[in-house]
Design a protein around this ligand. Structure first.
Ligand code: NCD
Length: 438
């Protein structure tokens, strides 16, 4: 495996792959075992920590990580004290900070903000949470915490419980678990499932399948008798047609999340799912470790604080050391030999596909056309390159033949990636002087 510095930053857990994770966790383990080896490893570097949303753990643990490595830190902890309140665009702020710092950690309320800031600043950017889209370094902490428990992830079942729709830690964790080959039990609170095709994208990328599961504990969590499990196809060879309901005998970890009210999440009183002593007494959860990114609310009561299965404070404790490894991977990649995380394609914005449909996309705040990137072949999926929302595409043109086909036709699947020219409507294709079919 070629080892190159990971210069593009860490924006999405979607880019994690097994070779990266293995080398990365090896580095975290070395940092834990021999912290003195790394003192001053980043002396002379400046890290900008820009938090445009509230944070305790994430910001402070990044700053502790920088200081442990001897780097200098500059901070915006309260956006009310920066020029952004004078109407400065995110792009302009990013460009300026790119000249001051070697790396930036960004937390921002808009989906896709870190990718946009990475483009504008020209320095590696670490996403410290963007809107409801992702929180990839929290995922690195979550996976490292689990890796300390288990030899491997194969055959393990991890339940994700609560606010899947608005919770960025849950979304990122799903990508990370799939990269590790774990089965993912989806336990959204009522009305809090993922939208935007996330599940389908995971199924396609990792050759996973989705099966219903039943268990007496499930209705009290999701409000429905059934839940869904995403699992590697090769785990379920016996059930070729995928019609069967999967048996659920054991959940190895449960990832709890709070209701993200600040993002518009609402729930009937008492309907939001969580755990308590009684539920934790169920045999399904007998050896189930409990994770929570914190802050917690009623879903994880402190009556469980002495439960030996609780890991949330261990996750918080591991925050700084995992983030030290993030900085080293990005700024000293050639020394510590971390295989590169595959950057997401930047996409193109030359074609007018209209605005991004996600009202929280950073492109709307910045008033820029959404650049797109493409995924899959049958059919091709065009996503906003910043927030991953599918863009409205009906027809596909080929730039070399200048012919256009319906998106779902066999011909459109044959167009080479470099020749793709998406259109939202027939009129658009005609205006661009593309001929039909053939
Ligand atoms: C999470 C976040 O900000 O997304 N917290 C964290 O980083 N530890 C989860 C949350 O706020 O619910």
């Amino acid at each position: 495996m070629e080892t190159v510095p990971v210069l593009d930053g860490i924006h999405s857990a979607e880019t994690f792959h097994p070779a990266f994770l293995e080398a990365f966790f090896g580095l975290v383990a070395r940092l834990e075992a021999h912290p003195q080896e790394f003192h001053n490893a980043l002396q002379g570097k400046i890290i900008a920590s820009v938090f445009e949303e509230p944070s305790t753990r994430t910001r402070l643990s990044f700053e502790v990580a920088a200081q442990r490595l001897g780097a200098g830190v500059i901070t915006v902890a309260d956006p009310a004290t920066s020029s952004r309140v004078k109407g400065e665009s995110l792009k302009d702020s990013a460009r300026v900070l790119g000249g001051y710092a070697d790396l930036m950690v960004l937390r921002h309320p808009r989906d896709g903000a870190s990718r946009l800031v990475a483009q504008a600043s020209g320095i590696p950017v670490v996403n410290g949470g963007d809107g409801r889209l992702g929180h990839p370094t929290q995922t690195l902490i979550d996976l490292y915490t689990l890796r300390k428990e288990w030899e491997g992830f194969e055959g393990r079942v991890v339940g994700i419980l609560g606010d899947l729709r608005y919770g960025r830690t849950a979304r990122s964790l799903a990508w990370g678990l799939a990269a590790c080959g774990a089965s993912i039990l989806l336990l959204p609170g009522p009305g809090l499932s993922w939208e935007g095709g996330l599940e389908e994208r995971i199924l396609r990328r990792f050759e996973y399948r989705r099966r219903p599961v039943k268990h007496p504990l499930i209705p009290g969590w999701t409000g429905s008798s059934e839940a869904w499990i995403l699992e590697p196809r090769n785990l379920v060879q016996g059930d070729l047609f995928g019609s069967g309901v999967a048996d659920l005998n054991q959940v190895d970890a449960l990832y709890l999340t709070r209701l993200q009210e600040e993002r518009g999440a609402r729930q009937e009183r008492g309907a939001y799912p969580g755990v308590d002593q009684e539920r934790m007494g169920n045999s399904l959860l007998s050896s189930c470790v409990l994770l929570h990114p914190l802050p917690r609310q009623a879903e994880l009561p402190d009556t469980l604080d002495s439960d030996p299965r609780l890991r949330c404070f261990e996750q918080a404790r591991l925050g700084p050391v995992v983030r030290q490894a993030v900085f080293l991977a990005l700024l000293q990649g050639e020394v510590w030999s971390i295989p590169a995380v595959t950057p997401l394609p930047t996409g193109e914005d030359k074609h007018d596909l209209g605005s991004c449909r996600n009202s929280n996309c950073v492109t709307l705040e910045e008033e820029i056309p959404p650049p797109w990137r493409v995924e899959g072949r049958k059919p091709r999926l065009f996503l906003c390159a910043f927030c991953d929302t599918p863009l409205h595409v009906e027809y596909l043109g080929c730039r070399s033949t200048r012919r256009v086909h319906p998106l779902h036709s066999a011909s459109s699947g044959k167009i080479r990636a470099e020749n793709l020219r998406p259109f939202a409507s027939r009129e658009q294709a005609e205006l661009a002087e593309y001929a039909w079919g053939g």
